[in-house]
Design a binder for this molecule. Structure first.
Ligand SMILES: N[C@@H](CCC(=O)N[C@@H](CS)C(=O)NCC(=O)O)C(=O)O
Length: 217
């Protein structure tokens, strides 16, 4: 049994989504263990440190191994447990874009979004007024324009078929939507609708909600 260590409304949502896209069955193949954030700091609770010193979501337990880092967990899962056709072969013309977007999600896309989150929370002085706020804003504009320019030309980020890179990046687009920033970007809006229509995404949302309600999976 695989265990996803989950924080509500976090990057571990997309690991549950990946598992559902891979056809793994909740309760039979995997469970979800939900942790509560520290209500004051919003950080992961100390119990997570007992599982891994880095203590961030997602974590995956597979036998006696506990892994961290979304992209690495994605690659691990699909190499060890099968990719259900979500990974183009390295000879496929879509593969270079696939591998780029798989890593772009955490390597580049999240930085301006997080900078903006922290400046908006007042951690860099009055929101909207610090040099960090300006940096976050221009980084987000660059990011949103880039994603939009690619999605104007193709259905999914690595081509015409949905891949695991769309699970990594789909969650990023959900974050952009959560921030209320999708208005000027019709192709990202279309992409978000396509993602939300996926049965595996809908199942994953139910699993995450059930596990949070139960305190654990
Ligand atoms: N790049 C890492 C980021 C992990 C991360 O920062 N997770 C957040 C949840 S979205 C977290 O655990 N925050 C709580 C904390 O930092 O204490 C990944 O994708 O796995």
């Amino acid at each position: 049994m695989l265990t996803i260590m989950h924080l509500a409304h976090s990057r571990s949502d997309r690991l549950i989504w990946l598992f559902e896209e891979l056809g793994l069955e909740f309760g039979r193949d995997y469970e979800v263990q939900t942790f509560e954030r520290n209500p004051e700091t919003q950080r992961a609770p100390t119990e997570m440190k007992a599982l891994h010193p880095f203590a961030k979501a997602p974590m995956l337990r597979d036998g006696d191994r506990v892994l961290i880092e979304s992209g690495a967990i994605f690659e691990y899962m699909m190499a060890r447990h099968g990719d259900a056709g979500l990974v183009p072969k390295s000879s496929d013309p879509d593969w270079p874009d696939y591998i780029q977007w798989l890593h772009f999600a955490e390597g580049s896309a999240m930085l301006p979004i997080l900078l903006d989150h922290f400046q908006a929370a007042g951690l860099a002085g009055p929101p909207g007024e610090s040099p960090l706020a300006a940096m976050a804003k221009s980084g987000m504009e660059q990011l949103f324009a880039y994603i939009e320019s690619v999605l104007c030309e193709r259905t999914f980020l690595a081509g015409e078929r949905f891949t695991a890179a769309d699970v990594m990046m789909g969650w990023v687009v959900e974050m952009i939507d959560f921030k209320g920033e999708l208005g000027p970007y019709p192709s990202m809006q279309r992409y978000l609708k396509a993602i939300h229509a996926r049965p595996a995404h809908q199942r994953a949302q139910r699993r995450a909600a059930q596990s949070a309600a139960a305190g654990t999976g």
